[in-house]
Ligand binder design. Structure first.
Ligand code: FAD
Ligand code: DLZ
Length: 523
């Protein structure tokens, strides 16, 4: 209670201090159905979060803008909001230090926070709460379709996790694309129909961008010496940073992109960075929009189309959100903190410079990295089958791969980035997320993109001077990791192929691969 009021004997009812993290911007949360008088909400821009990895500049800006917009919206609705900006002289620059300083004023009756999505932050707040001198409470963030307990329940008694099994349970639980207990279309999964290359003559609609001036935040980050990667146009910042913009992006997706989403989900093209992808991940991950409303909007659009949008388009989309996204979260909470240390293939090579500057003759890697640096975005197959594929084939240290993925994408938060990178992409978890490593030679990249035409390297060649590094490294990866992978039934075919190779051919692959890897910085 302020000293003057206390001295005057005025009884001011103390408020609860409620912390809102930068990825908890959910104005639909039940906290905001409470009487506005009961609590003060605090949001904070802190160095600890802005620097725990080297983030893309657009990611930091998107978080700060979204937090500021959320604070304004809550204030406009009558809630008391304290906003600690990066350059606030009282800012202690960590969640814990700022909350402790606020509680030390004696102005609050209790401290409450929503369950954080990241293990590091969850542990820090738990530890702080254990020593707080006011009652503390952690509440659900009320955002996901499933809980860690649901995930454990689905896999109780199973030897391994299978995304498909989990996905079916979520479909049943929420009655998504179901009819009389059966999946609509007679199949649960239309993955096989989601693998078309973008044909000539099909032009994706232009992306829906939200244009705003961000020179002031760019200047703030500069004067505050916050390190970052990537570029931003200060006069044209395009990410959605409010719930209203996120809803507009969702509507645009349902109307313009959903009709072809599934078909070209895995396609890559130098002229079309976003193809038919929704770019909704940032909005989802900071909780401006909920996964249920996203999948329900897509299903509604599909129903409204009366057959004009085929089932494989909408099922492919629902699977990503109700399936993969929730599944990855389940894996994260079931295996942290150990998951972050796993390196089943013992990979230890440093990440080459072109992940940071795009300066490589491999056209696919160059395109995916340049795009990531310019947009803080690449779609799933670019992340998995270009940059991720190269990293696993080259045996890059998963710690370095994680740090890159956690920084470069606007949607990157550890709970979803880590299982995707260390698990699905790098197989460093030894098969917790996926049954086999996602690796391919240049043939797959050529099949799904226009990257290989015009590349310095020849996608058809393995050993020659201009042979594509993906080709040699693909076979060398299998040879190098034979002990760890040979018994995996899903890659048996690769080993049977190697068994048929002559000793000379195997030696040639190994020699060419070591030449490539020794010169990895010059590819
Ligand atoms: P769309 O293609 O339009 O898909 C719709 C939504 O489905 C996405 O917005 C996302 O919420 C969800 N989704 C799709 N695939 C996945 C998946 N594998 N895991 C979780 N959700 C999924 N996604 C993140 O949100 N944050 C990350 O940090 C992240 N890191 C990744 C790292 C690697 C190595 C890989 C292979 C994938 C990663 N993904 C991550 C998953 C996926 O690539 C992105 O969610 C997607 O590219 C975001 O673009 P979009 O919104 O246009 O997606
Ligand atoms: C990613 C991020 C960044 C760059 N900055 C902030 C910040 O200054 N304040 C904040 O509350 N959150 C930020 N975030 C998101 C957090 O890292 C995220 O909320 C935690 O990791 C919990 O998932």
């Amino acid at each position: 209670m302020p000293a003057k009021q206390e001295a005057e004997g005025v009884r001011v009812k103390k408020k609860i201090l409620r912390l809102i993290l930068g990825d908890q911007l959910n104005i639909q949360h039940s906290w905001f159905s409470d009487d506005p008088k009961v609590a003060e909400y605090v949001l904070m821009e802190v160095r600890e979060e802005a620097t725990y990895t080297r983030h893309h500049i657009q990611k930091i800006i998107a978080f700060f803008l979204a937090m500021r917009a959320f604070a304004r919206e809550a204030q406009d609705k009558g809630f008391a909001v304290r906003y600690i900006a990066l350059d606030d002289s009282k800012n202690k620059h960590s969640f814990v230090a700022n909350v402790e300083a606020l509680l030390a004023t004696g102005e609050y009756s209790a401290f409450e926070y929503q369950d954080p999505d990241e293990y590091r932050v969850s542990e820090a707040l738990k530890e702080m709460s254990a020593h707080a001198h006011v009652p503390t409470r952690v509440v659900d963030s009320e955002h996901f379709l499933t809980t860690p307990a649901f995930f454990q329940g689905v896999f109780k008694g199973h030897k391994r996790y299978v995304m498909e099994l989990f996905y079916r349970e979520v479909r049943r639980k929420y009655d998504l694309l179901m009819e009389d207990g059966e999946p609509i279309g007679g199949r649960w999964n239309f993955d096989a129909e989601n693998r078309k290359k973008l044909p000539k003559g099909v032009t994706p609609p232009p992306p829906l961008d939200f244009e705003r001036e961000v020179s002031d935040i760019v200047a703030l980050l500069k004067t505050s010496n916050v390190p970052s990667i990537g570029t931003v146009n200060p006069r044209r910042f395009t990410w959605p940073v409010t719930r209203e913009e996120s809803l507009r992006l969702l509507t645009y997706f349902c109307e313009k992109l959903l009709p072809e989403f599934g078909s070209y989900q895995d396609a890559m093209h130098t002229d079309h960075r976003f193809l038919f992808h929704s770019r909704i991940s940032f909005s989802l991950n900071v909780k401006m929009i909920s996964p249920l409303e996203v999948v329900e909007a897509a299903i509604k659009a599909w129903r409204r189309s009366k057959g004009a949008i085929s089932i494989e388009q909408v099922e492919g989309f629902v699977r990503q959100i109700a399936g993969w996204r929730e599944f990855m979260r389940g894996v994260y909470w079931a295996h942290m903190p150990r998951y972050k240390t796993l390196n089943s293939l013992g990979a230890k090579r440093p990440l080459p410079h072109y992940f940071w500057d795009g300066d490589t003759k491999m056209r696919c890697v160059k395109h995916a990295v340049d795009q990531s640096l310019e947009e803080a975005y690449a779609h799933h197959i670019q992340r998995l089958m270009v940059t991720g594929n190269f990293a696993i084939l080259a045996g890059i240290d998963p710690d370095e791969v994680d740090a890159w993925y956690l920084g470069i994408y606007a949607d990157a938060l550890e709970w979803v980035q880590l299982p995707n990178t260390r698990g699905m992409s790098q197989f460093a978890d030894g098969g917790i997320v996926g049954t086999k490593p996602y690796t391919s030679s240049a043939a797959y990249i050529n099949k799904m993109s226009n990257y290989c035409g015009g590349c310095h390297y020849n996608f058809k060649e393995r050993y020659g001077e201009r042979g594509c590094p993906f080709n040699t490294l693909y076979w060398d990866f299998l040879i190098r990791n034979k002990a760890a992978l040979e018994k995996n039934p899903r890659i048996g075919m690769g080993y049977r192929h190697i068994d048929k190779m002559s000793k000379e051919e195997v030696a040639e692959i190994t020699a060419k691969a070591s030449e490539i890897l020794n010169g990895i910085e010059n590819l």
